[in-house]
Write a protein that binds this ligand. Structure first.
Ligand code: C2E
Ligand code: CA
Ligand code: CA
Ligand code: CA
Length: 275
């Protein structure tokens, strides 16, 4: 822990150099990971509740580290966002996700694929849109099969540039989704004018339904809100039959979570779909 005087200067901090060294090592390793294909995408089904069929999949990045094994995104994506290396990761993720979507499309599987992008990617919207447009052209995949998920809080960081980039994504024909909805404190007036297709209710509200009726009320009114705005509503983090039954009762469109399947490699997903 850094010891600081009133002026905020670090006067004695034996951990500082070491942390800085770790930081630089991680940064270098991450750069190496992107360049040497150490990243992998796992795919989690998004179920259409009316039919109980897989309507789409969400691509979630993992780092297959040569020494440490699989590292979840929570351990390197925030770091990459802070250091600016998220752009390279997003570039890789989009190309990979569009490629996988094209492979499935050629196999006759009409699987829509969602990919996650960061707030920072929206601010440098130029390269995001360019990467996406190029990938769609090269892979010859219909743009309507792709969707980008952006967290509600990310959209609030710089609303005007977020809106401009979302519009350009939509102009390509790619769908857009507000992720982790309910945690970002955005206003209805703001959501209403965003060019988005989908609203994903944050896991915390879904999980909370069993313990607190107020969470069920939030989930129900969010579904209503989404429908009134013409959006597809997805519940994330669905783990139990009870949660599923509630969501069906509330008229939720789609659900995703361990109740159905965990995120898995593309080949495992294909096997899972055949069952
Ligand atoms: P997210 O977009 O909200 O993704 C959902 C997370 O919840 C995933 O964690 C998923 O594995 C997990 N999950 C799914 N179903 C359940 C469930 O029923 N119960 C519980 N407890 N968890 C469930 P994961 O894969 O560790 O990803 C964490 C976050 O990292 C994502 O949250 C997203 O914000 C970020 N992320 C993942 N992939 C990417 C990416 O390619 N780019 C960017 N920028 N961020 C990514
Ligand atoms: Ca997501
Ligand atoms: Ca989410
Ligand atoms: Ca999340």
């Amino acid at each position: 822990v850094a010891k600081r005087n009133k002026g905020g200067y670090a006067i004695y901090d034996p951990g500082h150099d070491e942390r800085r060294r770790e930081h630089l090592t991680l940064l270098g390793e991450l750069r190496h990971a992107v360049e040497h294909d150490e990243l992998v995408l796992h795919y989690q089904p998004k179920m259409t509740l009316a039919t109980m069929k897989v309507g789409a999949v969400e691509a979630l990045v993992r780092w297959d580290h040569p020494v440490r094994g699989f590292i979840p995104p929570g351990e390197f994506v925030p770091f990459a966002e802070q250091t600016g290396s998220i752009g390279a990761i997003t570039h890789w993720v989009l190309r990979r996700a569009v490629h996988q979507c094209a492979v499935w499309h050629r196999q006759g599987l009409q699987l829509r694929v969602s990919a996650n992008v960061s707030a920072r990617d929206l601010r440098t919207g130029e390269s995001l849109v360019e990467t996406l447009a190029n990938a769609l052209r090269v892979e010859e995949v219909p743009a309507s099969l792709m969707c980008l998920e952006i967290t509600e809080s990310g959209l609030m960081e710089d609303p005007s540039s977020a809106q401009a980039t979302l519009r350009r994504i939509r102009d390509l024909g790619v769908a857009t989704s507000i992720d982790d909805y309910g945690t970002g404190y955005s206003s209805l007036a703001y959501i209403k004018q965003l060019p988005v297709n989908e609203l994903k209710i944050d896991r915390a509200f879904v999980a909370g339904m069993e313990v607190d009726d107020r969470n069920a009320a939030i989930v129900r009114s969010t579904i209503e809100l989404g429908h009134n705005l013409g959006l597809v509503v997805v519940a994330e983090g669905v783990e139990t039959d009870h949660e599923l039954a509630n969501l069906q009762r509330f008229g939720c469109d789609m659900a995703q979570g361990y109740r159905f399947a965990r995120p898995m490699p593309a080949a495992d997903l294909e096997a899972w779909l055949k069952k």
